[in-house]
Design a protein around this ligand. Structure first.
Ligand SMILES: Cc1cc2nc3c(=O)[nH]c(=O)nc-3n(C[C@H](O)[C@H](O)[C@H](O)COP(=O)(O)OP(=O)(O)OC[C@H]3O[C@@H](n4cnc5c(N)ncnc54)[C@H](O)[C@@H]3O)c2cc1C
Length: 488
């Protein structure tokens, strides 16, 4: 039986692990954290329960199929609920636009703001559906392991049709005119850690997922996806070593042979899959002479994707007015992204996202479990800055009539620095490299090591990209690559 080692038990690592373990490999996951799911992490404090990381879930079938295709029944491990009016968008003038995957409702909402947008909305849905289907067919379910893959005529044809040369903001202006409505759709750039003013219109396909397919919630908390994956993996014989850090990937004659860990162990592996951040893991775990394609200088030069400033606030009084997904937008969206990516500082007038899963699932927590997120550059923040910024966020919420300061019972802050140290993430970036230039967007780090035989990469910092469904797909892609290679 072949041994496969997976460094990291994030969603990408877990999905690869289940797919391979179910086909007769002996798979071991090694993760420095104590919990499964990496950035998808449950935080419990004083009776309050929070989902850190993925709060907005799309493409539920992707998660279900990991277990179902491995011979299990995903509904025994987690169940999804579709959120009808999924997102409440509040603009700086106090006006509110609800987003829904029901086109009739959405058109009625748009009419209040943007008559052109309302009349073009069905056209928009059709176009983002087209972008999604093309990307799905040619891009998502493939491992690009050689330059020849990129040169295939079929891929080139699809590539030219996904609006690679147009910017997302430009694309959305074809359909919407109101500046506030544009913010709602341009926000999808942040789902790939980027700015809508710099990233390709291709990523507008995210609109298909939310506005055609819908937004979902995993009952009991989204982290039930990760705990369900772990439980199923162990039930079919997989091994998890949590609280253990991989210190080095051992390479002999350009082939991986195993890893050494913080427990002082050497584990042998026929294949090794890295689920940790591509840049950090490559730089820290592999000797520079073994990775000629990725010398330190190159790895250090990458532009990190967006990071986040997150407050988990447990609020005693239930916040009736806060929806499951709610946003308070900045006045000037362009300025906000310039501050993040060009000036590399915290935005002066931040767009605040709140996930309040108690609005859907009140039994999971005491009071209101507010996950408050502001987009931030991947930089170190000083202690004073952190405290001042938290107050700025609470001030802005008060301007919108949300007074929580005096009823907060538990509070925890995550900065880019916390994200960097907790998940070994490059500069605290959520998605590794930003998706701005053509290379960054379409040539993400390959899932197959260029230099070392039998070494693979899965997860949000590699192909096809970040976000919980995509990383889960990356794990399955690599598992399928290994199964095909071994003709299993
Ligand atoms: C604040 C925040 C909000 C987000 N919101 C959303 C959202 O709403 N929707 C969505 O779909 N996605 C969201 N994401 C993104 C999503 O969480 C990630 O894209 C996805 O979970 C990453 O999965 P992954 O497989 O890449 O692994 P990760 O979650 O990055 O896990 C990798 C694991 O490997 C471990 N590791 C690394 N190096 C080593 C080593 N040397 N030894 C041992 N272990 C190691 C890490 O500590 C980590 O536990 C969000 C992320 C964050 C942080």
């Amino acid at each position: 039986m072949k041994n496969i080692l997976i460094i990291g038990g994030g969603l990408g690592g877990l999905s690869a692990a289940i797919s391979l373990q179910s086909k007769g490999y002996q798979v071991t996951i090694i993760d420095e954290n104590q919990h499964p799911g990496g950035k998808m992490m449950s935080v419990k404090m004083g009776g309050y329960s929070f989902d850190f990381g993925p709060n907005t879930i799309t493409m539920p079938k992707v998660f279900q199929s990991v277990i179902n295709d491995a011979g299990g029944d995903s509904s025994s491990y987690f169940q999804f609920e579709k959120l009808e009016k999924h997102t409440k968008n509040v603009f700086s003038n106090g006006k509110v636009l609800f987003q829904s995957a029901n086109p009739e409702e959405m058109i009625a909402e748009l009419r209040k703001f943007d008559s052109l947008g309302a009349s073009r909305y069905r056209e928009y849905l059709k176009e983002v559906n087209r972008l999604y289907l093309l990307a799905e067919k040619s891009f998502f379910y493939r491992v690009f392991d050689s330059w020849k893959d990129y040169l295939s005529p079929q891929l080139s044809r699809s590539f030219m049709k996904v609006r690679p040369f147009e910017k997302m903001n430009h694309f959305h202006r074809r359909y919407f005119r109101d500046e506030d409505v544009l913010k709602v759709f341009n926000r999808y750039a942040t789902y790939v850690g980027s700015s809508p003013f710099s990233c390709p219109a291709t990523f507008s396909l995210i609109g298909h997922l939310e506005m055609n397919d819908g937004v979902y919630y995993a009952k009991g908390g989204n982290t039930s996806i990760a705990t369900g994956f772990r439980q199923f993996f162990e039930e079919i014989g997989g091994v998890c070593k949590f609280g253990t850090r991989v210190e080095e990937i051992i390479v002999k004659k350009k082939r991986v042979i195993g890893v050494s860990t913080s427990d002082g162990e050497f584990l042998m592996g026929d294949d090794v899959i890295i689920n940790g951040d591509f840049i950090t893991a490559t730089r820290n775990l592999i000797r520079e002479e073994d990775r000629l394609s990725f010398p330190n200088k190159k790895l250090d030069s990458y532009q990190p994707s967006i990071s986040a400033f997150v407050i988990l606030a447990g609020v005693k009084e239930y916040q009736e007015s806060i929806h499951h997904h709610q946003l308070f937008y900045s006045e000037d969206y362009k300025k906000e992204f310039d501050e993040i990516f060009k000036d590399k500082r915290l935005p002066g007038d931040p767009t605040i996202y709140i996930s309040h899963s108690a609005a859907t699932d009140p039994n999971i927590t005491k009071g209101s479990n507010l996950f408050i997120l502001v987009n931030a550059p991947a930089i170190d923040l000083k202690r004073d800055e952190i405290v001042q910024y938290k107050e700025k966020i609470y001030d802005k919420l008060e301007n919108h009539g949300i007074f929580i300061r005096d009823s907060i019972e538990v509070e925890k802050i995550f900065t880019p620095n916390t994200i960097k140290s907790k998940f070994s993430a490059y500069k605290g970036a959520l998605y590794g490299i930003a998706s701005h230039s053509m290379t960054e967007s379409f040539l993400r780090p390959s899932n197959v090591s260029k230099d070392i035989d039998r070494l693979f990469y899965v997860g949000g910092t590699t192909h096809p990209g970040g976000g919980s469904p995509m990383v889960t797909i990356s794990g399955r892609n690599v598992a399928n690559y290994i199964l095909n290679r071994d003709k299993v």
